[in-house]
Design a protein around this ligand. Structure first.
Ligand code: ADP
Ligand code: MG
Length: 215
């Protein structure tokens, strides 16, 4: 399935596809956050990814790491609330892990996704099962590590990670939230999907699509 490595073209395409899918799902994410939060998640992310698009046009990055650093800076400066700094940290940690590498093989991708997740945990202190974006990220990282260990290529790895993130987002439905605004709701959060887990699944699916996966 496709190339053994991904480069800056993939990284930029991932960010562009993420911006598109966030814009498309802006209202749906607002609606999810309206039910168990304050209703700004879709708007926050849309503003951040629009800023990323502007930066990509203004100063095109030359490595995947530079693309993710650009994304991190835009998200941290433009997105308020919990999600901006969390996503910003994720992209920044991925950028740091990749350094100035120009070609990413499956193990490098798995390491970057793992570093991104670890950044979210370092910042937000959430564990799996607390109804946050970590419930999407951690299964995605585990699937990516398993894919790399079994010799899959980058596109298959990203497909597996996105599929795991999608299942992880669905798994937040019956949970009580232990972190973030939704934690104030107690049992009233039961039956509702976590908006950050939902957006994480969309963004990780965009990564697979940028690598040529048709799903
Ligand atoms: P805010 O809650 O400040 O309005 P957003 O609505 O943009 O910010 O983002 C809410 C999402 O952030 C939640 O759905 C959840 O996935 C994520 N989140 C909140 N707190 C944490 C945390 N401590 N760790 C991980 N993710 C978190
Ligand atoms: Mg919110």
């Amino acid at each position: 399935m496709g190339n053994p490595t991904l480069d800056v073209t993939w990284a930029v395409e991932w960010l562009r596809k993420s911006a598109a899918v966030v814009a498309e799902n802006r209202m749906a994410l607002i609606e999810l956050d309206r039910v168990i939060g304050d209703g700004d998640h879709g708007e926050n992310l849309d503003r951040g990814f629009t800023a990323i698009l502007e930066k990509l046009d203004a100063e095109p990055p030359t490595t995947p790491g530079a693309a993710f650093k650009l994304a991190a800076m835009a998200l941290m400066s433009k997105v308020g609330g919990a999600a901006g700094p969390l996503y910003g940290t994720a992209f920044l940690r991925a950028a740091t892990t990749l350094g100035d590498a120009s070609e990413l093989d499956a193990p490098a991708l798995a390491a970057a996704l793992g570093a991104a997740r670890d950044g979210v945990v370092a910042r937000g202190k959430a564990e799996v099962g607390e109804k946050t974006m970590i419930d999407a990220w951690t299964p995605a990282v585990d699937a990516a590590a398993a894919a790399a260990a079994s010799g899959m290529g980058p596109a298959e790895l990203l497909d597996a990670a996105a599929t795991a993130a999608e299942a992880g987002a669905v798994s937040t439905d019956p949970l009580i939230a232990r972190k973030g605004r939704a934690s104030y709701l107690g049992e009233r959060a039961i039956g509702h999907r976590d908006p950050g887990a939902a957006s994480s699944a969309l963004i990780l699916r965009a990564a697979a699509q940028a690598a040529g996966v048709n799903a």
